[in-house]
Design a protein around this ligand. Structure first.
Ligand code: AMP
Ligand code: MG
Length: 409
């Protein structure tokens, strides 16, 4: 059986990222949040655009303070607030009232903040000597025109939106969102919108909704193909449709070794190359990873927590890579946290124990749940992290540190 890290590598090697020339679109900046930038955006402007004051105070020429018997300057009969264009130069021995964001007048190179001075009549008395260049934001200090502002492959957050707006980019080129098919398999499954009472043995197809939500959170578009009975003909038809019309397919159920587990056989019939059939992970051991041309196919287990774990551990990163996001987005994020309870694992497979990660006085603390059955999706309500027990690691004592993987983000 393949290890978790082997499977992660196989999957990421199989993913061919979108082509920015084909799989991208121009978007208004207001619609670009959470999308992946498909080209480097360089700034046409220097930031700051001109030397300006970082404080409310007085602009002065540092050299004027040299050899003064008393720290005293003449106050120019004028003031510079933000938005006023520079209209005057500073004469020798002169200073001028300036406000944050105000353009530094010609000749000035230093700002002293108003708390450090006392204006009396037309003179300014400095309580301390400023350092040369203090409180001046220099033209081009943050970034110079022509330099890359945001790299291609960045997932756009509020900070990039702000910077791109400041750089006058009303539109950005982003990768299109991947379309991800979801197929639920199982004779027992009933659609959520069915009005019929559940018959004995039936359950609602919850996976299609949980996976749709995970796909949306990952920045992709979920295309649900519904709950398909364990019937070779219907399954083959739907799998073909999904493969032909989307960028990636996830099916749930039917990948174990039971009599109704048809997925691998059908994939072979459809000409797929199968790379993974199971992983040394708990939950989520049955996992089929196959490729059909450009489409990557994931057959995940039907047990609700198992299917989500396959997504969190493997599929989320694959979607990020497919979507053109740079490699920092391809891997789950881990943190060390103190566990509040003993953690147990059998040690044969890498074991994921879900629970709640909180912070006590700034220190990460992990609280496991009490029941780790992969069918018990109720136990996963509120979970935001999962402790990871490596192969051969069977015990972490309460109060000790565990490795914890973030589930969100
Ligand atoms: P399977 O992987 O098909 O053997 O299913 C494993 C378990 O997960 C069974 O108890 C199924 O009833 C349950 N299951 C399968 N598919 C779903 C689904 N789409 N939603 C909720 N539970 C499911
Ligand atoms: Mg089944």
């Amino acid at each position: 059986m393949l290890s978790v890290s082997e499977v992660e590598k196989i999957i990421l090697d199989l993913v061919k990222p979108f082509d920015p020339a084909i799989d991208s679109e121009l978007l208004p900046l207001s619609q670009a949040i959470a999308r992946v930038l498909a080209e480097d955006v360089s700034s046409k402007l220097d930031f700051p655009h001109w030397d300006n004051s970082a404080m409310d105070g007085y602009a002065l020429r540092y050299a004027d303070l040299e050899d003064l018997p008393e720290l005293k300057l003449a106050i120019a009969p004028d003031e510079i607030s933000a938005g006023i264009s520079r209209s005057r130069s500073l004469a020798t021995g002169e200073c001028i009232r300036i406000f944050t964001g105000g353009m530094l007048p010609n000749g000035a190179d230093t700002v002293i903040m108003q708390e450090d001075v006392e204006p009396i009549d037309n003179f300014l008395y400095l309580k301390t000597k400023p350092t040369h260049g203090e409180y001046v934001r220099h033209k081009g200090q943050y970034i110079q025109a022509g330099t890359t502002l945001v790299d291609s492959g960045t997932r756009i957050t509020a900070t990039e939106i702000g910077a791109l707006a400041a750089a006058r980019c009303p539109q950005v080129r982003a990768y299109r969102q991947p379309k991800i098919a979801i197929i639920s398999t199982g004779n027992e499954l009933v659609n959520l919108d069915s009005s019929q009472p559940l018959q004995a043995g039936q359950i609602i197809d919850s996976n299609i909704h949980a996976l749709s939500a995970l796909i949306t959170q990952a920045g992709a578009i979920a295309i649900p193909f519904g709950a398909i009975p364990d019937d070779l003909e219907s399954l083959e038809k739907v799998m073909q449709q999904a493969i032909a019309s989307t960028d990636m397919v996830i099916s749930t159920g039917g990948v174990s070794v039971g009599d109704y587990d048809y997925i691998d056989g059908l994939l072979e019939k459809l000409g797929a190359e199968i790379y993974v059939r199971s992983v040394a992970i708990k939950p989520g051991k049955p996992l089929t990873v196959a490729s059909l041309g450009k489409v990557l196919y994931f057959g995940v287990p039907g047990n609700p927590v198992s299917s989500m774990m396959s997504f969190w551990r493997f599929i989320r990163g694959a979607i990020a890579k497919l979507n053109g996001a740079n490699s920092t987005y391809w891997y789950p994020q881990f943190i060390k946290a103190t566990t509040t309870q003993d953690l147990h694992a059998q040690g044969r497979r890498e074991t994921y124990l879900w629970g709640k990660l909180t912070y006590e006085k700034g220190n990460p603390v992990f609280q496991p749940v009490s029941d780790y059955s992969s069918g018990n999706f109720i136990s996963a309500i509120g979970a935001n992290a999962t402790a990871v027990m490596r192969v051969n690691q069977t015990y972490v004592s309460a109060g000790d540190e565990a490795i914890v993987m973030f589930l969100n983000g």
